[in-house]
Design a protein around this ligand. Structure first.
Ligand code: UDP
Ligand code: MG
Length: 141
């Protein structure tokens, strides 16, 4: 079993799509093993996206990610990292495949509804960014 970290971003929460996106996630076979509603500050958003610090969109990204509450989750599934990236689609919704979360719900490359970890190592780092060990609970069928 593999894990990945997602964030339902502030646009997802504002559009009242938490339930719709969570349903897509569960219907695709992922188990939600940790979840909370929280709000990033500019500082913590910048820390989460530190890898993009030098990119031209960094300032906008930090503004957006701290603009309202978000819902991080740790998800579990075989091949979770890769399968979740497939479920959400390309970063830019204009390039995302039909039926993906971003194709269905995202407005732009910046405001694109969800985050998904891009590797096992980053999934672990990002999971620990939001959740303590006690907050991660796997319930067997
Ligand atoms: N982003 C942006 N403009 C860009 C590229 C990315 O605003 O040209 C934002 C967008 O919210 C994206 C996040 O920065 O989801 C992280 O970028 P990355 O390339 O890692 O895309 P992702 O892994 O989220 O698909
Ligand atoms: Mg990324």
């Amino acid at each position: 079993m593999e894990r990945t970290l997602t964030i339902l971003k502030p646009d997802c929460v504002r559009k009242q799509l938490i339930g719709a996106v969570a349903a897509m996630i569960e219907n695709a076979g992922f188990r939600i093993v940790a979840m909370k509603k929280t709000r990033l500050t500019k500082e913590t958003a910048g820390e989460f996206y530190a890898v993009h610090r030098e990119r031209p969109f960094f300032g906008e990204l930090v503004e957006f990610m701290s603009s309202g509450p978000c819902v991080p989750m740790i998800l579990e599934k075989e091949n979770a990292v890769e399968d979740f990236r497939k479920l959400i689609g390309a970063t830019d919704p204009a390039e995302a495949a039909e039926g993906t979360v971003r194709k269905l719900h995202a407005d732009s490359k910046g405001e694109n509804i969800v985050h998904g970890s891009d590797s096992d190592e980053n999934a672990r780092i990002e999971g620990a960014f939001f959740f303590s060990a006690e907050e991660v609970v796997r319930v067997d069928k």
